[in-house]
Design a binder for this molecule. Structure first.
Ligand code: T6T
Length: 327
């Protein structure tokens, strides 16, 4: 595959790489295997495709229809079996169970970059899993802390709140739950936290679980939805119960639905991640690695935009709402 000429010029200008290494980078082919079909990963795919176009690299994308090891592993195995991929950029759907299948990909000669979720404890220098080139994604523990402080503020620092999440052992949502609970325990002694319940990344399940918690806990004043479907399901349950504005929702992920629920006064805070950046940079990292770059950071935190009703119309903030053309 051909590399973009400006990229080659920039790399060559650093005098870090030889002509032979540039030729190697020009030949790479990347597999992109995100976690599931959702607006977050659709935006990430836009970033992957933009970088691939800019650098003249071929990318093969396959997206599991549902979240889980049983859905992601066979797709990964098929990507390995193709025999033509040099790198796989992936969001492992379980921090332990995806280690062996991804190690098998590495053993077959494919280098791994993880985006959004990590393997092991995410410390690829000193941690138990160190074979991926890098983790590029959010600091989800910090995102959970920000969510906790936002929800505490929205409910006046007291009452019962509930966490609706996707699955255990997923680095992203696990970090969010951890950061959220840590702040509530340390900073807000008058807030009681229920959950997490796990919806297996199923919107209907998230809605049903939240409806049941609302029913059983008349003192509920807040919900933390830890991802797209958790927040959307929770928000819908709050609306259906006629409690919009009374039960405050904090939504991780900046979807159009979350924005609509903010307009209705149901969602008080939205945490936008930067999936486009994750995808774009992961492709750049693959190209740089192929070109002989040896000092790529093993962890890159892409940051957040924290959206509330006061800043949502600011274009500098609104640009982080997940926009998928045609959707
Ligand atoms: O929140 C994102 C992602 O960060 C998480 O790992 C899984 O769920 C999403 O894709 C949103 O649905």
């Amino acid at each position: 595959m051909r590399m973009g000429s400006s990229f080659i010029a920039a790399m060559a200008a650093t005098a870090l790489i030889s002509g032979a290494q540039v030729a190697k980078a020009a030949d790479i082919k990347i597999g992109f295997l995100p976690g599931v079909v959702d607006p977050f990963y659709q935006v990430m795919q836009l970033g992957v495709e933009a970088a691939a176009k800019d650098l003249g690299i071929d990318v093969v994308t396959q997206i599991p229809p549902t979240w889980g090891v049983e859905a992601e592993t066979p797709i990964l195995d098929a990507m390995v079996a193709r025999g033509d991929l040099d790198y796989i950029i992936t969001a492992p759907v379980d921090k332990t169970q995806m280690v062996a299948p991804l190690q098998a990909a590495l053993d077959a000669g494919i280098k791994i970059i993880t985006v959004d979720t990590f393997l092991g404890d995410g410390d690829y220098v000193n941690g138990p899993v160190s074979f991926p080139i890098s983790y590029i994604g959010s600091d989800n523990v910090e995102g959970g802390r920000i969510s906790a402080r936002g929800l505490a503020k929205a409910i006046g620092g007291k009452g019962t709140v509930y966490i609706n999440s996707t699955n255990p052992n997923v680095s992203s949502v696990e970090g969010r739950e951890q950061g959220f609970m840590e702040v509530m325990a340390k900073e807000f002694p008058d807030i009681k936290v229920l959950g997490p319940d796990y919806n297996l990344d199923d919107l209907n399940k998230a809605q049903q679980q939240t409806a049941a918690v609302i029913e059983q806990n008349p003192d509920l004043v807040g919900v933390f939805g830890t991802n797209v479907f958790s927040a959307q399901g929770a928000g819908t349950a709050v609306v259906n119960a006629g409690l919009g504005g009374h039960v405050q929702v904090v939504a991780y992920d900046a979807t159009k639905d979350a924005v609509e629920l903010m307009g209705k006064g149901v969602v008080s805070l939205i945490l936008a991640q930067k999936p486009y950046d994750m995808g774009y940079m992961a492709v750049q990292f693959a190209a740089a690695d192929a070109a002989g770059v040896t000092s790529l950071p093993r962890r890159v935190e892409t940051g957040f935009a924290i959206i509330d009703k006061d800043n949502i119309s600011d274009p500098a903030v609104a640009r982080f709402i997940y926009q998928v053309p045609g959707k």
